[in-house]
Design a protein around this ligand. Structure first.
Ligand code: URA
Length: 209
């Protein structure tokens, strides 16, 4: 079963409480989402493999740790996932960035990809798939399938707020994908919003309604 890492770090919890506040405006919301994305990525990257490399300091030659293994790709799910990209790139500036946009056809309920643009070497990269809200899990599940279809084998899903329903849906469909989140909330209301949640993350990031 997919591992779920709920990041309890005090800075994460404090910043998350700030963005839950409906009085926080677009500018501060955006800055806090950036900071949270960075802090969650710090946790999500804690198991990256290291190798020992030679390094010459101004004092002497030595051996020290350096990242080894696969390079990373950050893939936001459009549109709210875009708000997390800059924060992640501040920690991992060499990561390539892909984009996935999908919606559900209202009649067939089948996922429809309207935009998928990924690095050519996505199969060779560890993927950080990002979306602030894991609600029903529908788009996350479909985005993971879209990544796997194109060869990605190592995928982590980073979210700010997750509903138990969304976690269950992702776990059942993709037991190999680790979920890193700042909070597991109570559930979903009749409109599909996470409760207590923080409202519509995309609208709050981009100042739309
Ligand atoms: N998407 C959001 O932006 N907010 C929710 O609460 C659920 C889905």
């Amino acid at each position: 079963m997919a591992e779920v890492i709920e990041v309890k770090h005090p800075l994460v919890q404090h910043k998350l409480t700030m963005i839950r506040n409906e009085a926080v405006g677009t500018k501060d919301f955006r800055a806090l989402v950036d900071e949270l994305a960075m802090l969650l990525t710090y946790e999500a990257s804690a198991d990256l493999p290291l190798e020992t490399v030679p390094v010459k300091t101004p004092v002497q030659e030595t051996k020290a740790a350096s990242l080894a293994g696969k390079k990373l790709a950050v893939v936001p799910i459009l549109r709210a996932g875009l708000g997390m990209v800059d924060g992640i790139l501040q920690l991992i500036p060499a990561a390539k960035v892909g984009h996935i946009g999908m919606y559900r056809d209202e009649e067939t309920l089948e996922p429809v990809e309207y935009f998928v643009k990924l690095p050519d070497d996505i199969a060779q990269r560890e993927v950080l798939l990002v979306d602030p809200m894991l609600a029903t899990g529908g788009s996350a599940k479909d985005a993971i399938s879209a990544l796997k279809l194109r060869g990605a084998t190592q995928i982590k899903l980073i979210t700010l707020v997750s509903a138990p329903e969304g976690i269950k849906a992702v776990q059942e469909a993709h037991p190999d994908v680790t979920i890193v989140t700042a909070a597991i909330d109570e559930g979903l209301n009749d409109d599909g919003y996470i409760v207590p949640g923080l409202g519509d993350a995309g609208d709050r990031l981009f100042g739309t309604h």
